[in-house]
Design a binder for this molecule. Structure first.
Ligand code: APR
Length: 176
């Protein structure tokens, strides 16, 4: 099995277009859709996604719930709810880390070998993206160090600024 570094990829693009087994959605606790990446995923997946989400009945912050991907190229959507940034003293770091950990755990449970993440909580939830990128990459590396099932984790950055931040953080953590 490849090392951790070789199994992490950082790209710029639209997560709804990713041809992976599972994409992760930055949802809210209701799981009833929203704006941002949540809105994009629901639009691309079609109305059956919301129907399935309604049956789940919500998701606490930091946890993950799985649905089918419907019209998306991805077979599954892993919905996770990131923390709203409140200044950094409300356990935001740990809650964000648990989003990545629980999403990867869920991916393994459904047999998804390739997983794409958006930059959770860094939009409407205002989590500083440089800090979030470090948590995302560290938590994913920690998971992959103890797992040889997941083959590829792709961080899909929406825009060049986010891409540069994730690439810088990756370089700082893992070297060139
Ligand atoms: N593909 C990849 N990334 C995207 C896409 C897309 N199509 N659209 C937006 N993003 C990026 C944003 O640029 C940001 O970097 O996803 C990241 C997360 O931003 P949000 O979607 O605003 O998610 P978040 O900050 O976690 O806030 C969640 O917003 O949409 C509502 O229902 C959602 O209430 C929840 C809240």
């Amino acid at each position: 099995m490849k090392g951790v570094k070789e199994r992490i990829e950082i790209v710029e693009g639209d997560i709804t277009k990713q041809k992976v087994d599972a994409i992760v959605n930055a949802a809210n606790t209701s799981l009833l859709g929203g704006g941002g990446v949540d809105g994009a995923i629901h639009r691309a997946a079609g109305p059956e996604l919301l129907e399935e989400c309604k049956k789940i009945g919500g998701c606490p912050t930091g946890e993950a719930r799985v649905t089918k991907g419907y019209r998306l190229p991805a077979k599954w959507v892993i919905h996770t709810v990131g923390p709203v940034w409140r200044g950094g003293n409300a356990n935001e770091d740990e809650l964000l880390a648990s989003c990545y950990r629980n999403s990867l755990k869920a991916a393994k449970e459904i047999g998804a070998k390739t997983v794409a993440f958006p930059s959770i909580s860094t939009g409407a939830y205002r989590f500083p993206i440089d800090r979030a990128s470090e948590i995302a990459l560290k938590e994913t590396a920690k998971f992959l160090e103890n797992d040889d099932f997941i083959e590829k984790v792709i961080f899909v950055c929406f825009g060049e600024q986010a891409l540069n931040i994730y690439k810088e953080t990756f370089k700082r953590l893992f070297g060139d």
